[in-house]
Structure formats: structure tokens, C-alpha cells
Ligand binder design. Structure first.
Ligand code: ZN
Length: 129
């Protein structure tokens, strides 16, 4: 557990140095700004109802929260989702992604690769910076 915590602390520092501030909880792609993330939701939402739902936070909060929780694999109190773009912030996603899958058990060997899609980060460097 201590080792994983150290890795997470390192990852947090690494992320602070990147231009990634928000993350799509469906594809785990990182973006520098919330408006770029919302443009991604709308673009992908043309073919994917989950992405479309994520773009509906203002218009239809009920649809938004059901899509958001399915994407995250975790139930998140709606009070944590109402404020601005907090629920798409990098570290919020990292901390809560697939949280319910843990079932309260500690997984000391859980790899960071499962928590975080590094391929998505690589992808972002070429397309989003
Ligand atoms: Zn996406």
C-alpha cells in the first residue's frame, strides 16, 4: 500500500507538470481546458450517447450523472458533481475512477496502469497540445 501511495504521489507531481487539467471519464483522454473537453463530448456525442450525456450537465443533470457514474464505474454524490468542472479534474478522476470495483478492499498490487490509461496521455500529446 505504501508503495502504491508513493507511486500515486509521484504521478500527481508528474501530472502537475503537464498541460492536462481535465480528463474524459469515458476514454480517459486528457485535455488542457474544460471547453476543449466539452468540445470532445459534443464531437464524440454524435455517435455515442454516453459522451452526449456527459455534455448535458447544464441541460439535463439526471442524464449527465447516470452517464458520468457509468463512465467512472463509481457512484459519486451529486453534490460533488455540481461545481463547475471539478468532476473532470485530473486528480478527481484518478481518485474516483472504478472506485466501486474495490468493494472496500485494499489492493496493494493494483497497478497504476489500471488506474490510469497512459496510452491516452500519449495520445493526447500529439493531438491536444
Ligand atoms: Zn471521451
Amino acid at each position: 500500500m505504501a508503495s502504491l501511495q508513493r507511486q500515486l504521489n509521484t504521478l500527481k507531481k508528474v501530472l502537475e507538470k503537464t498541460s492536462i487539467n481535465v480528463i474524459c471519464p469515458l476514454c480517459l483522454r486528457g485535455f488542457s481546458r474544460a471547453d476543449v473537453l466539452y468540445a470532445h463530448f459534443r464531437q464524440e456525442g454524435g455517435e455515442d450517447t454516453m459522451h452526449a450525456g456527459l455534455a448535458m450537465k447544464q441541460a439535463d443533470f439526471g442524464t449527465f450523472i447516470s452517464c458520468y457514474e457509468r463512465a467512472m464505474g463509481a457512484s459519486i454524490p451529486s453534490s460533488m458533481l455540481r461545481d463547475g468542472h471539478e468532476c473532470f479534474k485530473t486528480w478527481f478522476i484518478v481518485e474516483n475512477y472504478r472506485r466501486d470495483a474495490e468493494n472496500g478492499a485494499v489492493h496493494p498490487d493494483a497497478s497504476l496502469g489500471e488506474l490510469f490509461n497512459f496510452d491516452a496521455l500519449d495520445d493526447c500529446e500529439s493531438t491536444c497540445v
